[in-house]
Design a protein around this ligand. Sequence first.
Ligand code: URA
Length: 263
Amino acid sequence: MAVGGAITSVLAWQIEAGADEAIAEAPFDRFAAASERPRRSPESPPEALAAPGGPASIPVAAGARETASAATDLESLKAAFEAFDGCALKETATNFVFADGAPNARLMFIGEAPGAEEDRQGVPFVGPAGRLLDRMLAAIGLDRAEVYITNILPWRPPGNRNPTDSEIALCLPFIERHISLVEPAVVVAVGGTAAKALLDAREGIMRLRGRWFNYTVPGSDARIPLRAILHPAYLLRQPAQKRDAWNDLIAIKKKLAEAGTDG
Ligand code: URA
């Protein structure tokens, strides 16, 4: 194979593997850096992980749960999550993406994971899907500064691949604590991954959207109305589905009004 052809095929292979951006001038061996420090304690082997929402006895997830529960406010949760070394996505992400918007908002949006633009800026929902989410909010008279926006995972999965069940299980205690600290009047799960993780559901988004759930905040009796909506990234590919998304947004607006709050 000619040199040019070989380089092109190596580049194509890297893009397929998720290395789709040039982040720095010089290469950095993240695998070498990662192997220098233990990511998991010996008593918590990776095979002990279970699906999201699974038994709280999973050793690695239990460590995450203890760390997350110890956080008494959003600042300490952010610091604890950012310092958490149990999820390997941290090794490949450029930035830790925690949240955006108003911490005292009554409406909390929870997406799946940062994409390329979010990873670059360290802010959730700022890429093409985020711009559509902004327009969806505007359609019901809201601005992103009035709501609270975060994701199940704070680190971008390489190449925007789907997060694994293990990655979700590891990060779930943090989003659960995040919800209990924000105490929103309404939670919106953005897309199937977030909906399934928060509801511990097996059904897909098409069955989960269009109805209300009661989200039980772990460790408390509090119940928060939760609505799942179609992910804006999906709506960008399937604009005909925007009608369903619109119906869910109207229902969310109505629920907020019933709860005596608009945003
Ligand atoms: N998709 C998500 O689920 N979250 C983001 O922050 C961006 C895109």
